[in-house]
Design a binder for this molecule. Structure first.
Ligand code: NBG
Length: 836
């Protein structure tokens, strides 16, 4: 670094200039002030003199919301008048995070608002920090749904998101002595200024009961389902604003209630608790976000959640279609329904039930409408995450749906038998019912059969879908599987999260880059411009200072902002291999201690992520990271050359602080196991270099940024499956050949990092030696060597920053606008309009 002070000054100037990015004149400021004061008085009911920060947040949010509502209603009205096709995105997760800055940014009022509030002595950034994160999702799948909602509005697609309004989102992670503990999260406790409660939009949702068969002619019968239990789904609408507020769509989330709030007879008898039992049982459906997609616990509640939101959503969209077009027969022409993973797959049977039993359609017509309307995205090949429901549970909870599934399956298997006679293996593999471990319904097969297109989320993942889990269905329906590589909303992950970098990009290639991600490629010409490199480096340095401050506040650890910030932020999972990362840190630690006087590249390893509450191995890995961090961070021989931090309670908002400050992005999953990844895109866009395997979207990132500007290591997906098939998952031979790894493992198992309980990691190390399914040992040496090359490059700033700029320049393609354009053209058959 030439002069840190000079760079700070440069970066600070960059920040000031941001004022010109979005904003209005004095009139606009005064108008906003009037609006906010008005909301404070009449919507929040407070005087300015006694208003708390929460009151200001509410008043500000409602003032912003007012500006959104007109666009929202005008757009909906136009869609209705023009008879446009609508897209429905069904997802059990929407990880939207905070909305204040999203909405300010997309309505171009960020700087006007900042000025308006400053004039009232209120700090906009404080309000920003006060807003709770809407954490209605676990990870990438839920965040993707949120980015897609934003892009659909940006591209002027009339769209609705449908999901569940969980009272409590993803748990709050609290670290106690390095162990993860889970506490309920409470995002609604301050009230939610963005949503509109729609008590009049309410649907009955049935469970259990019996089916009555009513003859209607000599040849035909009708089925009438008499559910044993009925609960109500009530709508809450949140407007979703597209870039420049060209269009505002609706996220409609359902909340569950009992039809009667309490049983008065029981209450009057003095049985106060029993009187509430129905309400409690019903409300439990929308009480909490299901903890993970990989645990068997709470199966029935999960299935109830899925059917609950699917049924409400389909009833709602069919009602809307009939109101607009008069008849359900045209549904497929005017409706596209995207199933986000298998969680909403029961929609296929529910749509059939609605068409057959409610609208009295013939089977063939109903089936044609159903598969022409649905499409399905697969997000994982992990067997434990592919939903299968025991037949007895389905028969008890959804008896009519089970009848429909049986008939659907019989017709499907009949057709396959005609096409491929005498192939019993094929029949049992493409059947919706899995007979291998008790009878179970394969929700992925139901979704596949009920959809006209099925897509994977990266090129590699889609290929693997065709080769593995859907191999046989693909043989029967060879045109059905397509690929749409994931993307991210640049407005959130670049403009809002990293205004310093955004300002530099606007200065360098012009403001049209805010509307058109393809303009980023103009940066290539500046990759070797030392002046530009310095400005980029200074912006990063400022972002790192901000993260440094968070680390100090949260953990009381001081880190050097000039060090290489090496980050791995994502859900904790063995296939994502946080373990590989921390083992490498131990190897580096050993090397530093062996040669403390060498000129080491200072590095800060940043981890953040939550483990599913019942996932013991992942929680043990969190503990190991903490144990190693404690030893390394307090070792005087290491000084500032290596620091390890685990930031608790990872969230969208924390990601928005970490990503702009990252120099190195860890995308090190076992090849073949990460469907796509989207954090990899966010980090590359913000200029971090990737160290990664050829997995998921890393493959496509590597193709775009060029091999020289990314660090690829390790086994490929083919090599992983070969090794598992031929050598197996015993790593003893590998460890015997790697002195570095052997030393690391023996220090972990002998209790160097866990003196209070020396055998804490014995099981973990044993499984690495004998059952290394995730290939941690097989990839270790290559990873370690690659990390040394990275440290070398960091010492050559002109090369490092060139690579960084080329990352930002070449990843425009990973915009979720591009993904949504592909869905629109290839799957939904709806037009799009260019943003801006
Ligand atoms: C996740 C994958 C990620 C992918 C996101 C979004 C599930 C089930 N899948 O690799 O693990 O980026 O989906 O597609 O959460």
């Amino acid at each position: 670094m030439t002069s840190v002070v000079l760079e700070l000054e440069m970066a600070a100037r960059t920040e000031d200039d941001l004022g010109g990015l979005v904003g209005g004149g004095d009139d606009a400021v005064a108008q906003l002030q009037t609006a906010i004061l008005d909301k404070l008085r009449y919507a929040v009911g407070k005087r300015q003199a006694i208003a708390t920060e929460r009151d200001w947040l509410m008043a500000t949010a409602i003032a912003v919301r007012d500006r959104i509502v007109d666009r929202w209603q005008a757009g909906n009205e136009l869609t209705y008048q023009k008879g446009q096709k609508r897209v429905y995105y069904l997802s059990l997760e929407f990880l939207i995070g905070r909305l204040l800055f999203d909405n300010l940014n997309n309505t171009q009022t960020l700087e006007t608002m900042r000025a308006a509030l400053a004039g009232l002595n209120v700090d906009l950034d404080k309000l920003r920090a006060l807003e709770p994160d809407a954490a209605l999702g676990n990870g990438g799948l839920g965040r993707l749904a949120a980015c897609f909602m934003e892009s659909m509005a940006t591209l002027d697609i009339p769209a609705y998101g449908y999901g569940i309004r969980y009272d409590h989102g993803l748990f709050r992670q609290v670290m106690k002595n390095g162990w993860q503990q889970e506490y309920p999260e409470d995002w609604l406790s301050l009230g939610n200024p963005w949503e509109f409660h729609r008590p009049e939009v309410v649907y009955d949702i049935g469970f259990g009961g019996s089916i009555e068969v009513v003859p209607i002619s000599e040849a035909a019968v009708r089925h009438v389902w008499h559910p044993a239990e009925t609960i109500e789904a009530v709508a809450y609408d949140t407007p979703t604003v597209g870039w420049r507020a060209n269009r505002v769509n609706t996220l409609r989330l359902w909340s569950a209630h009992a039809a009667d709030p309490l049983r008065l007879d029981a209450f009057n008898r003095g049985d106060h608790i029993d009187a509430l039992a129905d309400q409690v049982r019903a409300a439990s459906i929308s009480k909490v976000l299901y903890p993970s997609d990989a645990t068997p616990a709470g199966q029935e509640l999960r299935l109830r959640q899925e059917y609950f939101f699917v049924s409400a959503s389909l009833q709602d969209l069919v009602r809307r279609h009939i109101r607009t077009f008069g008849h359900v027969a045209t549904l497929a022409d005017k409706t596209a329904i995207q199933l986000n993973d298998t969680h909403p797959a029961i929609a296929v049977a529910e749509m059939m039930r609605i068409l057959l039993d409610v609208h009295h359609m013939a089977w063939d017509d109903a089936w044609r409408i159903t598969w022409s309307t649905f499409s399905y995205t697969n997000h994982t090949l992990l067997p434990e995450a592919l939903e299968v429901w025991p037949v007895p549970l389905m028969e008890r909870l959804l008896p009519r749906h089970m009848q429909i599934i049986y008939l659907l399956n019989a017709l499907h298997l009949g057709a396959v038998r005609r096409q491929f006679p005498h192939d019993d293996r094929l029949l049992s593999s493409v059947s919706i019912i899995d007979e291998s471990q008790g009878r179970r319904v394969r929700m992925s097969h139901l979704a596949f059969l009920g959809s006209h297109h099925v897509n994977g989320v990266s090129a590699l993942h889609t290929d693997l879908m065709r080769e593995t889990v859907f191999h046989d269905l693909h043989a029967v329906f060879p045109d059905r599987i397509v690929n749409v590589t994931n993307g991210i909303a640049f407005r959130r992950w670049l403009h809002e999260a990293n205004p310093r970098l955004t300002r530099l990009l606007v200065d360098a290639v012009g403001p049209s880059v805010l509307d058109n991600e393809a303009k980023l490629t103009d940066l290539r010409a500046l990759a070797t411009d030392i002046g530009f490199q310095k400005r980029i480096a200074a912006a990063r340095y400022m972002n790192k200072l901000a993260l440094t401050e968070v680390i100090r506040r949260e953990l009381e650890i001081r880190v050097d902002p000039a060090a290489l910030f090496d980050v791995q932020i994502k859900r904790m999972h063995e296939y994502k291999r946080q373990l590989l990362n921390i083992l490498e840190a131990i190897a580096l630690y050993n090397a530093i201690r062996a040669r403390p006087m060498d000129d080491w590249t200072p590095r800060v390893k940043v981890f953040a992520g939550k483990a599913a509450a019942s996932y013991h191995q992942a929680k043990l890995i969190i503990k190991l990271i903490h144990d190693v961090a404690r030893v390394v961070n307090s070792d005087p021989t290491v000084r500032d050359t290596l620091k390890i931090v685990f930031l608790p309670n990872y969230s969208v908002s924390l990601a928005e602080v970490i990503i702009p400050a990252a120099d190195l992005s860890e995308q090190i999953s076992t090849a073949g196991m990460e469907a796509s990844g989207t954090g990899n895109m966010k980090l590359a866009l913000n200029g971090a270099l990737t160290v990664g395997t050829l997995d998921g979207a890393n493959v496509e990132i590597s193709e775009r940024v060029g091999e020289d500007n990314i660090f690829i290591f390790g086994l490929t997906a083919d090599q992983v499956s070969d090794r598992r098939a031929h050598q197996g998952i015993d790593s003893s031979d590998i460890i015997a050949r790697s002195p570095v790894l052997a030393e690391v493992l023996s220090s972990v198992e002998s209790g160097v990092f866990s003196p209070d309980q020396p055998d804490r990691y014995q099981g973990l190390v044993n499984s690495l030696r004998g059952h290394d399914y995730f290939m941690v040992c097989a990839d270790f040496d290559d990873y370690y060597a690659t990390q040394r090359r990275i440290a070398e490059l960091w010492r050559q700033p002109e090369h490092w920053w060139k690579a960084s700029i080329l990352n930002t320049a070449n990843v425009g393609w990973f915009s979720s606008d591009r993904s949504i354009r592909e869905y629109a053209a290839e799957i939904w058959n709806v037009p799009t309009r260019a943003p801006g």
